[in-house]
Design a protein around this ligand. Sequence first.
Ligand SMILES: *[C@@H]1O[C@H](CO)[C@@H](O)[C@H](O)[C@H]1NC(C)=O
Ligand SMILES: *[C@@H]1O[C@H](CO)[C@@H](O)[C@H](O)[C@H]1NC(C)=O
Ligand SMILES: *[C@@H]1O[C@H](CO)[C@@H](O)[C@H](O)[C@H]1NC(C)=O
Length: 194
Amino acid sequence: MRLFNNIIVQLSLLALLLVCAQPALTHYTQATKDATIVRSTASCPDCPNSNCNECAQGLRKTLVANTGGLAYIRMIIGFTLPVEKSQVRACHLSLPGFVIPLKSNVTVNFWQAVSSDWDEATITGNNAPDAGAQIASVTVPANTNMTAVDITPACLNADEEGNFSVYVGTQFDRIELWSKESGNPAILHIVDAD
Ligand SMILES: *[C@@H]1O[C@H](CO)[C@@H](O)[C@H](O)[C@H]1NC(C)=O
Ligand SMILES: *[C@@H]1O[C@H](CO)[C@@H](O)[C@H](O)[C@H]1NC(C)=O
Ligand SMILES: *[C@@H]1O[C@H](CO)[C@@H](O)[C@H](O)[C@H]1NC(C)=O
C-alpha cells in the first residue's frame, strides 16, 4: 500500500512538472509605424490647400493627441504580431514617454483601427482608416508616464498577416509622446500560449 501511495505521489509530481514545463512566453515587438492624425476645421497654411486634414505627419519625431478646441487629433500605431494570432493569450502596449510631463491627470482612450493598410509617409486626416471599437481607457496621473495598457482585443483582431493598428486619443487635453522616428517606438508585449 505504501508503495502504491508512493507511485501516486510520484505520478502527481510528474504531472505537475509537465504542466509547469509549459510556461507562458512573453515576446516583444516594436511598432512598425506610427503617425499623428489631425482632423480640424481650422486653416493650416503649411498644409496642401491650407487644409489641416491633408497634412501627412507620420514622419515627425513626436506623436500628438488632442481633444477640444478646433482640432481632434489622435495617434495611430501599427504592429505586426511576431507569433501566430492563434497563439496570443494577452497583449500589452507600452507607449513612449511624454515629451512634456502631464500637469494634471489625463484620460487616454484606445480604439482598434478598422484597417492597418496605411503608410507613415502619406497618412492624413482625409485618408486614415476609421477607428472601430474602443478597447481600453486609462487615467494617467500627473507627472507620470503611462504604464502598459491591455490591448488584447486588438491583437486577437489582427489580420491574416498579423498586422493591426490602434488609435490613441484623449478624453480632453493634449498629450505629446516621442515617436518611432525619435528612436522611441511603442512596444507590444505578447504573452503566448506555449
Ligand atoms: C517620462 O518619460 C520622459 C521621456 O522618455 C522622461 O524624460 C521622463 O523622465 C519620464 N518621467 C517619469 C516620471 O518617469
Ligand atoms: C489624479 O490621480 C491620482 C492617482 O490616481 C488621484 O489620487 C487623484 O485624486 C487624481 N486627481 C484628480 C484631480 O482627479
Ligand atoms: C503587414 O505589415 C508588414 C510590415 O510589418 C507589411 O510589409 C505588410 O505589407 C503588411 N501586410 C498587409 C496585408 O497589410
